[in-house]
Structure formats: C-alpha cells, structure tokens
Ligand binder design. Structure first.
Ligand code: MF3
Ligand code: CO
Ligand code: CO
Length: 257
C-alpha cells in the first residue's frame, strides 16, 4: 500500500527505533553512583555510532545531548556531575535524528526500590500516556487526548503540568500542533492520518505549578513534589496509530526486567 505519508512514516520509524534502542541500552547503566553526565555521554556515543545525532545538542543553546530530570524536576533537567543515589527517580529523554527525521521518547527509571508514592505516580503516568495513545485514530479531537490523561490522573489525586506539552514532530523537532495533556472531549482540531506527534505527559504528585531554575532550562515543581513523565512519538494511520518509539526489548515502565 502506498500512502502519501508512507515515506515519512518509514523514516520516523527508523529515528524512533534508534531513540528507543538508546533508552534500552542505557537501562543497565542507571545505577547508584553514576553521574547524569555519564548517561549523557554514553547516549551521545550510542546515537552517533548508530548513524544518528542527538537533537537536543545545540538546540536553542542547549549544551547536552539529552535531558535527565530527577525527582521534583518536571523536565529539561541538564546532565551534570550529579551522582544518582538510591531512592532517586529519574526521567531520561532522548531525541535522535536519523536522515533528518526525529524520534523523541522518554522513560522513568528507579534507583533501588521506589517508594509506594513514587511507584504509584510512575505507574499512573505511564498508564495515562498509553490510555491516550490507545484512542488515537483519524476523526478524534486533540481535546480527547488531553481529557483521557487528565481525567485518569486527577482521579488518582495527581496533577497534569500545564506549562509543557507534546508537539508535532517530523523533520522538525517541535512543530504544530501542540498536544496538551489536559482538556475537554470533542474540542480542538481533528486528527488526520499522516499526522506525527509526541504524547509526553508530565504528572506531579502535588500541584501542577512549575518554575524554571536560573539555568534557563530546568523545570521543577513549585511545591517540590515528585514529578514523572513518559514520552512516545506516534503517527496517525488510516484506522489507528503507530508507535515509532516502542522498545525492542518490551521495556515499558520500571522495573525493566
Ligand atoms: N526531548 C524534549 C521533548 O520532549 C525536548 C528537549 S529540548 C532540550 O520535547 F533542548 F531541552 F533538550
Ligand atoms: Co522528549
Ligand atoms: Co517531545
């Protein structure tokens, strides 16, 4: 079958697969004692050795290859000499470019055995993303995606971050449309086959308010509560969806075994 978008989907799948392979690869290295710079370096090399490039590097002045967001960091945590410790939870967010196309995906990792609290938050965040993905098909509205996520996590007492959203993605890293992770059913633009975008809910244990640190990137919860995020890059097909960033190892959420 030839669609006008099949060439684009082929490339998105290749880039998405490299991004998810990078997360698969780094899983074994995420242990107490490792620095977030080490994670950055290993992923940078892995992506390069596999024919890609890390999209965050040099993106709007960003100086690292990926984001490492720990504990109360909501997103855009910058790799540093910071050493991971027992009980930390961390999101690693990879964007690989291959042949001009982008694959953008992130997962949570737990150092040691997570607290019940952290575990509940992480599971709810993963489930919320997957619930939203499962409704994807031509004809639904953008608001249906947000509603799926918001109603699920708020029911559990968690909150949806408002200040960051998913995004269209293809040969451009961040493009139209914005994919809000909250919203009302049957509102917003209609999904059409051929669209490619990310779903990447950031869910807070406490309130949804965030603030940006002085480095200009790191977003943290204002109330210092824990935050979790997962991200997939997806495409809308004739009658459903395709996930471009699915793990070859079937790694979904922690524990990765
Ligand atoms: N990967 C992030 C996203 O999901 C964007 C990171 S941009 C950076 O959209 F510059 F902060 F790395
Ligand atoms: Co990302
Ligand atoms: Co993204």
């Amino acid at each position: 079958m030839m669609n006008s978008y099949s060439e684009k989907f082929k490339k998105m799948k290749i880039a998405g697969n490299l991004a998810s392979k990078t997360l698969d690869m780094i899983t074994d290295f995420i242990k107490p004692g490792v620095s977030t710079n080490k994670i950055d370096k290993l992923c940078y090399e892995f992506i390069k050795d596999n024919g890609g490039f890390s999209a965050p590097l040099f993106y709007r002045g960003y100086k690292k290859s990926l984001c490492t967001s720990l504990n109360h960091v909501v997103c855009h945590g910058i790799p540093s000499e910071k050493i991971l410790e027992d009980d930390d939870i961390i999101n690693v967010d990879i964007t690989a470019i291959v042949d001009d196309y982008h694959g953008d995906t992130s997962r949570m990792f737990c150092l040691g055995k997570p607290s019940v609290k952290a575990n509940n938050l992480i599971n709810a965040t993963y489930e919320a993303m997957m619930k939203a993905i499962k409704i994807l098909k031509p004809g639904i509205k953008l608001g249906d995606i947000g509603n799926e996520i918001q109603s699920y996590v708020e029911d559990k007492g968690f909150s949806v971050v408002r200040d960051f959203c998913g995004h269209g993605i293809s040969n451009v890293f961040h493009e139209y449309p914005n994919i809000l992770h909250y919203g009302k059913k049957n509102t917003g633009i209609t999904l059409e086959s051929g669209m490619t975008f990310t779903i990447e809910p950031m869910i807070n244990y406490g309130k949804y308010d965030v603030k940006i640190l002085d480095d200009g990137w790191t977003a943290v919860t204002k109330d210092k509560s824990l935050s979790a995020q997962f991200e997939h890059t997806v495409g809308i097909t004739e009658n459903g969806y395709e996930i471009f960033t699915k793990s070859d190892k079937n790694y979904t959420r922690p524990p990765y075994i």
